[in-house]
Design a protein around this ligand. Sequence first.
Ligand SMILES: Cc1cc2nc3c(=O)[nH]c(=O)nc-3n(C[C@H](O)[C@H](O)[C@H](O)COP(=O)(O)OP(=O)(O)OC[C@H]3O[C@@H](n4cnc5c(N)ncnc54)[C@H](O)[C@@H]3O)c2cc1C
Length: 600
Amino acid sequence: MLDKAPDGKMSDLLNALDKALSAGEVERAVDLFQTDCYWRDLVTFTWNIKTMEGKEQVRDMLKARLADTKPSNWKIADGEDASETDGIIESWIQFETDVARGFGHMRLKDGRIWTLLTTMSELKGHEEPLGFDRPMGAKHGAERNRKTWKEEREAEAAELGYSRQPYCVIVGGGQGGIALGARLRQLNVPTIIVEKNERPGDSWRKRYKSLCLHDPVWYDHLPYLPFPRNWPVFSPKDKIGDWLEMYAKVMELNYWGATECKKASYDQKSREWTVIVQRDGKEVVLKPKQLVLATGMSAKPNIPKFEGMDIFKGDQHHSSQHPGPDKYKNKKAVVIGSNNSAHDICAALWEAGADVTMVQRSTTHVVKSDSLMELGLASLYSEQAVQSGMTTAKADLIFASLPYRILHEFQIPVYNAIRERDADYYKRLEKAGFLLDYGDDDSGLFMKYLRRGSGYYIDVGASELVANGSIKLKSGVDVKKLTEHSVILTDGTELPAGLVVYATGYGSMNGFAADLISREVADKVGKVWGLGSNTTKDPGPWEGEQRNMWKPTQQEGLWFHGGNLHQSRHYSQFLSLQLKARMEGIPTPVYGLQKAHHLS
Ligand SMILES: Cc1cc2nc3c(=O)[nH]c(=O)nc-3n(C[C@H](O)[C@H](O)[C@H](O)COP(=O)(O)OP(=O)(O)OC[C@H]3O[C@@H](n4cnc5c(N)ncnc54)[C@H](O)[C@@H]3O)c2cc1C
């Protein structure tokens, strides 16, 4: 037999898959997969975000969904070629379903499918108006009483939510709500974003004053409108706030600032939400079909309860309420916690001349920002990646193509290399008493983020202050109680304090569902975030995808959206398509709706 080039091998496999699926022959299709295969589907087959692991799960899904989905035209994506490295052939692929066009990625091992990513690009007949189809803007010709673009925008803003109901309400106008709102606008889904802060970007502006993004610019683009090439690598928080404000405006979002969502309830009969919001001092009742909580996964503060908090005479607040260091010069500050916020706040307090002690209860994963950028992110998100032709969309899809079940296997070598490169640095931190970890299975920062969204510090300078003792450290201890002027630790140490900051993290987003809807609905939906990896703070059973994020939940019409800028950009595409399909009455039978195993 002729030894075919990667393109030929990939095309043969895609043809065989196409034939088997078109003929409805599930077994023939399953035969094309490896035993240890993974098929990650972002909405195309499952109307869900779901990874099928192994042939049996692929078979079950196809049996349930193939007849409806009617996939066809599987081929190497236009303009792309397959490639082969270390015996793995991979390629960008394209295909269609009955109702959508899809794009994806495939890896072949020993001639069979090892990983398959299928994602929905657009719904047929409901494509975004772009390129040749972009709007005209001007209306050439002559017409009496014609309205300008501005007048039309003003009319829409005046009627939506009052004389005309939005199809979708997004609660929370941070980057998550804004990115989703932009996509829904392009898909012509009438949407109102409700935000209790005054202006878009305020959720960043209101954080502690020293904060800059920890992720680099290449990772942070919003949909449609990338940052310019002279944008700084790490956006200062007020600058990203301004970008979000500009973005919300030019993307023509119906953004209700200074508006708080007070209550929401779902009527099963009319399949409609009643959402009560407070706007301009008046109650407004909205009646959307879909409700998205984009209220922030780092927004529901975990505030510990310690004896004596009620008698403490100094300032005490959660890290999210920390105003910055200015008024604490020469004061004694105790920061409870040892993750990102704790480090940033300690460093800023030290810079302002405060006497700072960090209290570290348990181990923390620390990674130097430049090591993370160079070894962890550079191949996909960096200037070098851009120069070598990597686009943001492709980087997002490559990352998405690695199944969560095996993602840690790709991450462990990266963090081993970082440990080797920064061995002296880690030694110095340990010598200062800092308790380090690298994740339960040494898989580092990304896995910790995906599993629990906490437990790490991306070092932008504070670790040196810990190592050299400028930031004092008490580790392996917890707070026992507070007195009027001090914090007493479990080892008996008394730390005099004029300020206590609780940098103790955030709770699950279903807490917002409990506040706004009901405890019953919050419990029905269950914990938000995490993979079910059975590692610290991410209890099993294995879910294979982030719990409840960007996909249908146990509560009809209720969705959760958010995450870092990369996730907001990437997953808003698939959430917006799920919402659009529902608005257009396209059947969206959900395959494998997740069960709730944990309440929070
Ligand atoms: C210290 C710190 C550093 C971080 N660094 C990065 C980083 O470098 N890169 C990154 O991508 N992410 C970072 N994150 C994570 C960051 O929280 C998220 O990326 C981002 O804030 C998530 O955006 P969001 O829109 O999901 O939520 P948020 O920005 O939290 O927005 C949620 C919004 O919901 C609003 N809201 C809540 N309840 C209601 C209500 N009832 N009615 C109306 N409005 C309501 C809030 O006012 C808020 O504006 C960091 C987080 C913290 C705390």
